[in-house]
Design a protein around this ligand. Structure first.
Ligand SMILES: C[S@@+](CC[C@H](N)C(=O)[O-])C[C@H]1O[C@@H](n2cnc3c(N)ncnc32)[C@H](O)[C@@H]1O
Length: 113
């Protein structure tokens, strides 16, 4: 399992959680920009930025991430987001859920499906 984020502070938090769970050997935590990093995985699971604490345009981020998904070797992608309409892919499953006070959705894609 490889876990990715762009910000070192959140990578450090994730490493702390991983180490506390004793999963150091199972999970690599690496710095990567989702707009650029190639994806080669059976399954991608992501909690996408909601537009809070991000300095970039969410539509551009989601579109670039979708491009990496489609051009990568990925069987299945699962995303938690409040903006599923920003992902230019047709989900095979969608579950609308409350996320705190936000309306969110879990969307499932099979880019090669
Ligand atoms: C909603 S938070 C999810 C945090 C954590 N992964 C989780 O599931 O609890 C979105 C995360 O996306 C990261 N992020 C924002 N833009 C990114 C980008 N271009 N590439 C990689 N990560 C990014 C942020 O640093 C933030 O940690």
């Amino acid at each position: 399992i490889e876990a990715r984020d762009r910000r070192e502070e959140w990578l450090d938090c994730a490493r702390e959680n991983r180490n506390a769970a004793g999963l150091d050997d199972e999970i690599a935590i690496v710095e990567a920009d989702a707009r650029e990093a190639a994806l080669d995985a059976d399954c991608v699971v992501t909690n996408l930025p909601f537009g809070v604490r991000v300095d970039e345009d969410l539509r551009d981020l989601y579109a670039a991430f979708a491009d990496r998904l489609v051009e990568g070797s990925v069987d299945r992608a699962v995303a938690l987001t409040t903006k599923p309409e920003f992902l230019p892919l047709e989900p095979v499953e969608r579950y609308d859920i409350p996320y705190g006070r936000l309306d969110a959705a879990i969307v499932v894609y099979e880019p090669w499906g």
